[in-house]
Design a protein around this ligand. Structure first.
Ligand SMILES: Cc1ncc(COP(=O)(O)O)c(C=O)c1O
Length: 451
């Protein structure tokens, strides 16, 4: 049996559901990242580092709710808090105590948060950040980096996926696309050139540990340089910490690297696995949400802003995040996994490499370049392929990537193609099983002639 036949055979319950789903949804799935050949896996239940599919397989999970779980799936305190709130009402359509408590936790963990505004999602938070930046600076354009993902609204879709040099995205009006200047990451000279050449840039936005959560890692030196350039050219610096916030450290990448942005977008872990986001930052910038004499006001409604269920989950989560333990645990196990995978690749002489910072793990196939020493810090200090965004985060061979997923799933692991995120509940046993699953996957792929 070929790999794909084995997968189809073992995950037949998912296959049956996908046949129905195809008649309901374009692509058959409800999120682009869930597209998978020949069909995706359907999950019933999740707890800790594991999830269970409709055919009863136990899977070690590296999607962790698209990054929204750092405490693992269904932590008891979060479940209890949401159940309690559920009985009190899901939407009073009014101000409530939990929004105050939630924002107080955010401010405590993110000292740059002079003011907080809750949104329904991370996408809404980056949309708000850019609109407020336009109001505050009076300048229409912003600078972003190739491969940096900030949600799916029109302004930020430019250059978030390959081809990164393209100045347009189908469906985005030219006038909107023209507001975005996109350049490769990690090059301060290019940043300065862009800021000099485009005096109508009012803000720079980035994923502070690198686009697509660290596919091309960004580290402190670049962040400090960027902060200095933004100050020099009087441009706002926006950290999109939707993934990194509360994950890499309780106070996100800005805490780790000691760089203070003007605005920060947060979501995912913020709301403890429920929907929700927020924009935080300088009070004088968020003041444009307030009605003030002689100043424009940015309108900001949103049915689910500071929803009490999300607030209750967020508070229960941030209370634990504040100890620093969940970030430290997730970082440590991810490093263990990266090192273990690299040992496996070296032992088998396989053309693969694992890399990544904090709780993020990336693997690159067809790799024959230099190898990192065994990493001992959360920031591995090594970037393969000279950090070239097109080499590390360019167009994917989806057939190959899906073969990896099929092989991993057959061996009890749901790995996100060439990447994964850990939670504080991932154990050494999980990581060891994942390394064995990778070895078995490479064997299965080799039988099919896939390297
Ligand atoms: C860095 C980053 N920014 C923004 C977003 C958008 O957040 P949401 O999916 O909540 O709209 C994401 C989502 O994955 C993200 O990773």
């Amino acid at each position: 049996m070929s790999l794909v036949e084995r997968y189809a055979d073992a995950f037949d319950g998912s296959r049956q559901r996908f046949e129905i789903a195809k008649t309901l949804f374009p692509t058959g799935v409800t999120h682009d990242a869930r597209m998978m050949e020949p069909f995706p896996v359907y999950i019933n239940r999740a707890k800790g580092s594991k999830k269970w599919d409709v055919d009863g397989h136990e899977l070690i999970d590296y999607f962790v709710g698209h990054g929204s779980h750092l405490l693992g799936h269904s932590p008891e305190a979060v479940v209890a808090a949401v159940q309690e709130q559920m009985s009190q009402g899901t939407h009073p359509g009014a101000c409530h105590d939990l929004e105050i408590e939630w924002a107080t936790w955010v401010k405590k963990l993110f000292p740059s948060a002079e003011r907080v505004r809750f949104t329904g999602s991370g996408t809404e938070a980056t949309m708000m950040a850019l609109r407020l930046a336009r109001l505050f600076t009076g300048r229409a354009k912003f600078l972003k980096f190739h491969g940096h993902f900030h949600g799916w609204h029109d302004y930020v879709t430019i250059s978030s996926d390959p081809p990164y040099e393209s100045a347009s995205v189908p469906g985005v009006p030219a006038g909107v696309a023209d507001c975005c200047v996109a350049i490769p990451p990690n090059d301060l000279n290019r940043v300065e050139e862009a800021l000099k050449a485009n005096r109508d840039i009012g803000a720079v936005i980035l994923e502070p540990t690198g686009g697509h959560w660290g596919a091309v890692p960004i580290r402190g030196e670049f962040l400090h340089g960027l902060r200095a350039l933004c100050t020099k050219y009087d441009v706002l610096l926006i950290f999109d910490e939707v993934i990194t916030g509360f994950r890499v450290a309780p106070g996100g990448a800005q805490q780790v690297y000691g760089v203070t942005p003007d605005l920060t977008t947060l979501a995912k872990i913020l709301a403890g696995g429920l929907p929700g986001g927020c924009l935080v930052g300088r009070a004088d910038i968020l003041a444009f949400i307030e009605p003030r004499a002689g100043k424009p006001k940015m309108k900001h409604p949103g049915t689910y802003n500071a929803n009490p269920l999300s607030a209750s989950a967020g508070i229960a989560t941030l209370q634990q995040i504040a100890t620093g333990e969940p970030s430290a645990k997730a970082n440590t196990i991810a490093r263990y996994l990266r090192n273990g995978l690299n040992e496996l690749f070296a032992a088998r002489n396989s053309p693969w490499i694992a890399y990544g910072d904090f709780s993020m793990i990336r693997v690159v196939p067809n790799y024959t370049g230099p190898r990192a020493m065994v990493a001992t810090t959360e920031n591995d200090g090594f970037v393969p392929l000279n950090g070239d965004v097109n080499a590390l985060d360019g167009p994917k061979n989806t057939k190959h990537m899906h073969a990896v997923r099929q092989g991993m799933l057959l061996n009890g692991v749901d790995f996100w193609g060439y990447a994964g995120l850990t939670s504080a509940t991932h154990s050494v046993e999980d990581a060891d099983k994942t390394i064995r699953a990778f070895a078995a996957t490479l064997e299965l792929m080799a039988i099919d002639g896939i390297e």
